[in-house]
Design a protein around this ligand. Structure first.
Ligand code: ZN
Ligand code: FE
Ligand code: FE
Ligand code: ZN
Length: 269
């Protein structure tokens, strides 16, 4: 079977990934992938914003690293992308970055909730004990809805990320994520099946299978990503992610080139 592209891969420029982009590409070829995309954490206007992304003056180096990997692996389709942070008020910055290069796609991810808490940062995990999980999840899904509605992004990353350390959405949160899915369906903004969750304390794909099933009902398209921060994570557990998508009813996935979305069959031999 032709595997869907792995569209979520990082590079060492973000300061918490290892391995050269060419090692990621080589691993993709080994697994039989025909298409991948680099989507490293995009810079902020200020380099002091946090310490887990490339600096602004490294954006050119990033693009050059991806382009040189494209030249090195002509047998592999390699897309140029970014994983961008959606924070309310950052829209102008996102537009500025978007205009700088001919990106193939832009992932909209919510890592920051309730102001400036990067909810997936292991160094900030202790904050959970002071928090009401329902409030965290409500704010997270609210931001995710705004990200989908903004029209700024080609798809939405890891759509239930706050479960990373094992705090799952409460039943009261269901209305919030339904609202997100309704918007994503109306706007035809895909969500990704991100296998990194399987490597974390939550031990499941982002988003949960319940969420994937609901996404299918709302007509939300899908993409696939390993969120690889090391070459050996490329294509991680894609068999499981494909099975999850099919179980929910999906027969198609989305691909991107120059910010144009097309669909391909998940069932193609
Ligand atoms: Zn990362
Ligand atoms: Fe992320
Ligand atoms: Fe990522
Ligand atoms: Zn990510």
């Amino acid at each position: 079977m032709t595997l869907p592209p792995d569209y979520h891969m990082h590079t060492p420029l973000c300061r918490h990934a290892t391995g050269a982009p060419s090692d990621y590409a080589a691993q993709a070829l080994r697994l039989g992938l025909t298409e991948i995309g680099f989507s490293d954490h995009s810079p902020m206007r200020s380099d002091h914003f946090d310490d887990w992304r490339m600096r602004l003056d490294q954006l050119d180096d990033y693009v050059e690293a991806v382009c040189s990997t494209q030249r090195e692996f002509p047998q592999l389709t390699i897309r140029l992308a970014l994983e961008m942070d959606y924070l309310p008020g950052h829209e102008d910055w996102i537009r500025e970055l978007t205009a700088r290069y001919p990106w193939d796609y832009l992932i909209g991810s919510v890592h920051y909730v309730l102001g400036d808490w990067d909810v997936d940062n292991p160094a900030k995990q202790g904050k959970w004990k002071d928090m009401n999980p329902t409030e965290v999840w409500a704010d997270y899904f609210d931001r995710l809805t705004k990200a989908a509605a903004s029209g700024l992004f080609d798809y939405i990353g890891h759509a239930d990320l706050p479960k990373k350390f094992g705090v799952f959405p409460t039943p009261e949160c269901e209305v919030h994520y339904e609202r997100f899915l309704r918007v994503a369906g109306e706007k035809q903004v895909p969500i990704e099946l991100n296998t990194a969750g399987l490597r974390k304390d939550c031990h499941e794909i982002y988003p949960s299978q319940t969420f994937v099933r609901m996404a299918f009902k709302y007509g939300v398209p899908i993409t696939f990503g390993s969120d690889a921060h090391a070459p050996e994570e490329v294509g991680f557990a894609f068999d499981q992610a494909i099975q999850a998508a099919r179980e929910a009813g999906y027969t198609r996935y989305s691909r991107f080139a120059q910010r144009n979305r097309t669909e391909d069959s998940l069932l193609r031999p």
